[in-house]
Design a protein around this ligand. Structure first.
Ligand code: ADP
Length: 329
């Protein structure tokens, strides 16, 4: 009901809605309306009230509300069910539990804070409260397990496009899974899978975007290679708007990737954002490091690297880290 009241006030932004109108619209008492208004105020919504005119929404805090996202998304499956949690260990861990319990494809877990956010290869991901987008999507594609890394390519492309659309900045992508602004990482993606030999049970795609952190919010050891949208654009940005666009683009790309022949087009689009192509890279794989030039990204999303002795190798995204020869990119 709180969400219904909020929705009505938003639809009438700049105008008063009387308590009577709200109570008859929602079929509840005026005391119930008043209680929900108080609850919204506690969450940071500024709502003016006048005994004669009613209630007027003045400003909205930067909070992520699952019902709002669900109601406003134009997607078919992604985000049709959203679970929002204030604090989780990691949204990927929660999404995995939900997927194992049989939750359906497209379900999204969003948290305001992760206490044990995960990067790839057991690394950790800093996820402080109130500033970032920490979300995971449950997928159940009918593809074979070796095709799963392509999901990371789609997610990276979706984040790049979403940032372009919502804040008007064009990021780069460091193959395969980092979104970069001004040479620093603004977003990381962690794709995890549960599969049998031939069949995928589920895939969890986790997306972490630094939105409203200041540079000093990052731990010192990553300050030189991490950034946030706010740091780059110079002002606070609406997290919900970015979440919506990420989910919408992701679904669009996901559906088209599942259709025969569309992967090529998606990879072409991905290449436009690539910071890795054409540069000298170090491919770090367990205890081996190969250096060479990043020549191409295949239709499957693999990276082709030409080593110093001219040999061309194909790099799969799961097990490696790619670094620039002289730094992070
Ligand atoms: P890599 O970029 O090393 O391949 P990941 O994509 O798995 O690895 O990201 C994990 C790494 O990202 C961490 O080891 C840390 O250096 C860095 N990191 C952790 N939290 C953040 C954050 N919020 N923003 C940017 N970088 C981060």
């Amino acid at each position: 009901m709180k969400f219904q009241i909020l929705k009505t006030l938003k639809q009438n932004k700049g105008c008063y809605v009387s308590g009577e109108e709200l109570s008859s619209l929602l079929g509840v008492s005026r005391t119930a309306v008043w209680k929900n208004i108080s609850a919204l105020r506690k969450e940071g919504f500024v709502i003016k009230s006048s005994s004669r005119k009613g209630y007027q929404l003045v400003s909205t805090p930067d909070v992520i509300i699952a019902e709002e996202i669900q109601a406003e998304l134009s997607t078919k499956i992604v985000g049709k069910e959203v679970i929002y949690m204030d604090v989780v260990s990691s949204t990927n861990t929660v999404a995995k539990e939900k997927a194992a319990q049989g939750y359906s494809e497209g379900m999204v877990i969003i948290a305001d804070q992760q206490t044990a956010g995960k990067g790839r290869l057991g690394r950790s991901w800093e996820s402080p409260p109130g500033t970032g987008i920490w979300l995971s999507i449950v997928l159940r594609p009918e593809i074979s397990p070796p095709e799963a890394p392509f999901i990371t390519i789609l997610a990276a492309l979706a984040v790049a496009r979403a940032l372009e659309k919502t804040v008007g900045i064009t990021p780069g992508i460091k193959w395969p899974n980092d979104i970069v602004l001004e040479k620093a990482k603004v977003c990381g993606i962690l794709t995890e899978m549960s599969a049998e030999m031939e069949r995928i049970n589920y895939i969890i795609v986790g997306i972490g975007i630094n939105v409203n952190q200041d540079i000093f919010d990052f731990p010192e050891e990553i300050r030189d290679k991490a950034t946030s949208v706010k740091t780059v654009v110079g002002h606070t940005v609406d997290r919900k708007a970015i979440v919506m666009k990420v989910l919408e683009y992701f679904e669009k790309f996901y559906f088209s990737a599942l259709q025969e022949g569309s992967k090529k087009k998606l990879v072409e689009e991905y290449r436009q954002y690539s910071l890795t192509l054409g540069s000298q890279v170090k491919v770090i794989c367990q205890n081996q490091t190969i250096t060479g030039k990043a020549l191409d990204i295949t239709e499957k999303g693999e990276l082709i690297v030409q080593t110093e002795n001219g040999e061309k190798i194909t790099v799969f995204s799961g097990e490696v880290s790619v670094r620039g020869l002289y730094g992070y990119i």
